[in-house]
Design a protein around this ligand. Structure first.
Ligand SMILES: NC(=O)C1=CN([C@@H]2O[C@H](COP(=O)(O)OP(=O)(O)OC[C@H]3O[C@@H](n4cnc5c(N)ncnc54)[C@H](OP(=O)(O)O)[C@@H]3O)[C@@H](O)[C@H]2O)C=CC1
Ligand SMILES: CC(=O)C(=O)O
Ligand SMILES: [Mg+2]
Length: 774
């Protein structure tokens, strides 16, 4: 029978299949890091030039780190014998998980990965295959290999290979579990040497967690292990092995129910639904429940919470608080290990990671944390035992701690001499990564007022986006569209959300507010040539007008339009009805475009509004753009671009940019900004230094300001295509209330991004008003 829950799951599964299939099957591709633009490049990259690095490496193998990608390349290796909690589904079926791990390595730590799925159920074949890959990789991450074979495989590979070999399901899981346990016990006021720990699962993950907890002070006598055959008791013959032996008990107890009484910690690393709610009352005071099976935990958090309101609850999933998942560990432990050329990941390095993660959750909320979590600044407590996987501080804390431990224990081939410079380098990586949208989504989720009205409420992209923003709690959509069309399309696209129950709507053909909207438009436009007749016509025919009026009347916090029709027409209506914010004239509205690519994040202004802005207008748009960029947690560095490089040419457009730079220097002396300059001077400090060593701009500019709309828009579209970048925008700057005019090429994902941005902007404005009126 179909229930809302099964329908939701089917939808989600379908979305996951679609996500994996389009636009290109899978989640990965290989990219060249060197241009092969001409004959000479080809000669350098391949024959004959390639012989030089080959011979250098033959003479000194360590130089492979200088001449190849090896030092930043990890092999994620599986035989598919214990894939998540799905069991032995084989190497081919494990590939999506391994590609997924690869993407996480790249996203969170900038590490490149080849996923290697090996058809080798036997230990010997697995070991021989992986050991033979040593020349390829800087490290090996073993993944989803079942116990007890995984222990043998790892032991043998560690003994044979001179690079880190790390079984993620064992040690990545153990590190994050240990951090969560340490923090939970501190909150519960319990001593690790006295707590009773009961597991469900005695496989790779569970046993490694127990071993690490024992090295942190847990008593073996207080630990009870159970698996599919029940308690690991003395005399049991089924599924026993030498790795379980230390935890075997001389006991009559046989089942999880027999041993869970008085337990302080339940450690589930087994399978879905194993922990029944009626067992929870047997557990000790303030128990810690780690229900970590993926994708479905041993007990769902709501059921655990209902049975034991005093419990601290963790799962492996991202849709509940306290996600205890090895993704919080493996990207960063490898980052630290690779960066110092570690030959192994030893116990000290693992312990350093445990302590860094545990300490991070307890840190006083800092500026960085506030930006990372935005509206929901985390405070150490039962629902925040460990940091979220999106916390940008993870890499900044774990990687240096691990590298330091590697250097101190003598396993680093390339010890890090300047730790402060290393942390600075990692900080730059954080800003380059796509984590940039995270603060915006957090603010939107935490916002109390989040109604967004969509002018193009019948458009497929808007309907799909509406479902996502509702599900993610980003916004409360109001769709403008004919009810029967919206309903039919929701049905056709297989979307679950429903008009009336899930979202409000405005029917442009017949809405009770029609009169009020017309009156308001006459009031706003009367002195700007809008006759009553024209006003009636506009409300009847133009959804952008309705959206803007709804925002003006306070029926929504923000509006999105522009999926059809010309930008200028939408802008006219927004300008007329919502208008510029105080102290800004309607000539000063401008747009900011953000491009997110492998190369990093780049902002461009003004990409859509003013054809030939004056120096004053350029200064204004730069100030507005800088303000917006700071909301992403980034300090703006603005370059005013021209065909002239620091006075090399003197045409009117060059003078204009020079003058804008002067205005900015006096109006906002704190803004790092300079001009006029070439685009390459903006993006390369070395080039800039050569032309003009005294520039106020340091490093790489992240905000490019253009002398004309032609230049800005051409650059935007060229860069977007060439870098295969994600365009977030255009972000309309200077309006009194958030109103964004998208472009016809926007995707549904683009609509979601811009919705989050609009809600975050509204929350920011509401906050600013509160402060002003306080
Ligand atoms: N949150 C996280 O970060 C991580 C979560 N996990 C999850 O932990 C689970 C185990 O992974 P892993 O250790 O790598 O796999 P293994 O195959 O090595 O171990 C699985 C263990 O779970 C036991 N088990 C399976 N089904 C049941 C059941 N119905 N009742 C009791 N015990 C059961 C198995 O017992 P038997 O040997 O008797 O079959 C075995 O001891 C998976 O669900 C995985 O997704 C793993 C790593 C990280
Ligand atoms: C998270 C993980 O590695 C697993 O569930 O297997
Ligand atoms: Mg795994």
């Amino acid at each position: 029978m179909n229930t809302p829950e099964t329908d939701k799951k089917a939808d989600f599964d379908e979305a996951a299949l679609f996500f994996h299939k389009y636009p290109t099957p899978g989640k990965l591709e290989i990219q060249a890091t060197k241009p092969l633009g001409n004959q000479r490049d080809l000669a350098l990259a391949y024959s004959p030039g390639v012989a030089a690095p080959c011979l250098a490496i033959r003479d000194d193998p360590d130089t492979a780190a200088d001449y190849t990608a090896r030092a930043n390349l990890v092999g994620v290796v599986s035989n598919g014998s214990a894939v998540l909690g799905l069991g032995n589904i084989g190497p081919l079926a494990s590939k999506p998980v391994m590609e997924g791990k690869a993407v996480l390595f790249k996203k969170f730590a900038g590490i490149d990965v080849f996923d290697i799925e090996i058809d080798a159920p036997e230990i010997h074949r697995m070991v021989e295959t992986v050991a033979a890959l040593e020349p390829t990789f800087g490290g090996i991450n073993l993944e989803d290999i079942k116990a007890p074979e995984c222990f043998e495989v790892e032991e043998q590979l560690k003994a044979r290979m001179g690079i880190p070999v790390f079984h993620d399901d064992q040690h990545g899981t153990a590190i994050i579990v240990a951090a969560a346990v340490l923090n939970a016990l501190e909150l519960a006021g319990k001593d690790i040497s006295k707590v009773k720990i009961v597991t469900s699962g005695a496989g790779a993950a569970a046993l490694a967690c127990l071993n690490l907890l024992v090295s942190l002070g847990a008593e073996i006598g207080n630990i009870w292990v159970t698996d599919r055959f029940g308690v690991a008791y003395k005399g049991r013959v089924d599924e026993m092995d030498r790795w379980k032996d230390p935890y075997v008990k001389d006991t009559e107890a046989r089942t999880l129910a027999d041993v869970i009484g008085g337990a302080d910690v339940f450690l589930g690393l087994s399978a879905a639904g194993v922990l029944k709610p009626d067992l929870l009352h047997l557990m000790a005071d303030k128990p810690l429940i780690l229900a970590l099976a993926n994708p479905n935990p041993e007990i769902m958090p709501e059921a655990a919470r209902a049975a034991r309101p005093d419990a601290m609850i963790c799962t492996g999933r991202s849709d509940f608080p306290n996600q205890v998942n090895n993704v919080l560990c493996f990207p960063y432990i490898f980052r630290g290990a690779l960066d110092c050329g570690a030959r192994a990941i030893n116990e000290d390095m693992k312990m350093a990671a445990v302590r860094a993660i545990a300490a991070l959750a307890r840190e006083e909320p800092s500026d960085v944390a506030a930006r990372a979590y935005s509206g929901e600044t985390p405070i150490f407590g039962p629902d925040f035992l460990i940091p979220s996987p999106f916390d940008p501080r993870l890499i900044l804390r774990i990687a240096p701690a691990v590298a330091k431990a590697a250097c101190e224990t003598g396993v680093a081939n390339r010890p890090i001499a300047d730790m402060a410079a290393y942390v600075e380098k990692l900080t730059r990586f954080v800003f380059r990564s796509g984590l940039i949208m995270k603060p915006i989504f957090s603010t939107a989720k935490a916002a109390s007022a989040k109604r967004v009205v969509y002018a193009d409420g019948e458009d497929e992209r808007v309907l799909r986006a509406a479902q996502v923003v509702l599900e993610e709690g980003i916004a409360q959509p109001i769709l403008i569209g004919r009810p029967q069309v919206i309903d039919a399309r929701l049905e056709r696209y297989g979307l679950r959300i429903r008009r009336g129950t899930d979202f409000d709507f405005i029917n442009p053909e017949d809405d009770p507010r029609y009169r009020v909207y017309v009156d308001l438009l006459i009031e706003l436009g009367g002195r700007r040539g809008v006759t009553p007749e024209a006003a009636r016509n506009m409300v009847r025919t133009d959804n952008t007008v309705i959206a803007a009026l709804a925002v003006k009347r306070g029926e929504a916090e923000a509006m999105i339009c522009g999926l059809e029709g010309r930008f200028a027409r939408h802008l006219r209506q927004v300008n007329l009805i919502i208008g510029p914010r105080p102290h800004i004239t309607d000539h000063d509205l401008s747009t900011l475009s953000m491009l997110i690519s492998q190369r990093g994040v780049l902002f461009l202004t003004d990409t859509y509004v003013t054809i030939d802005p004056s120096a004053e207008e350029i200064a204004e748009m730069t100030i507005l753009a800088a303000e917006e960029i700071r909301r992403f947690g980034i300090e703006p560095k603005a370059a005013l671009l021209s065909y002239s490089d620091f006075g090399s040419r003197d045409a009117e457009s060059a003078q204009k940019m020079r003058k804008a730079a002067q205005i900015l220097a006096s109006r906002v002396p704190d803004l790092e900004c300079d001009g006029e300059m070439h685009a390459d001077s903006a993006l390369s400090e070395a080039l800039r230094q050569r032309v003009y060593p005294h520039s106020r701009l340091t490093g790489e500019a992240n905000l490019l300001v253009f002398p004309s709309l032609d230049a800005a828009n051409i650059t935007l579209t060229a860069l977007r295509t060439m870098l295969d970048a994600l365009h977030v925008g255009p972000i309309l700057l200077g309006t009194d209330k958030p109103a964004h005019i998208l472009t016809p090429s926007v995707t549904s994902r683009g609509v979601v991004n811009m919705t989050a941005l609009a809600v975050a902007e509204a929350a920011h404005k509401a906050q600013a008003t509160l402060i002003e009126t306080a």
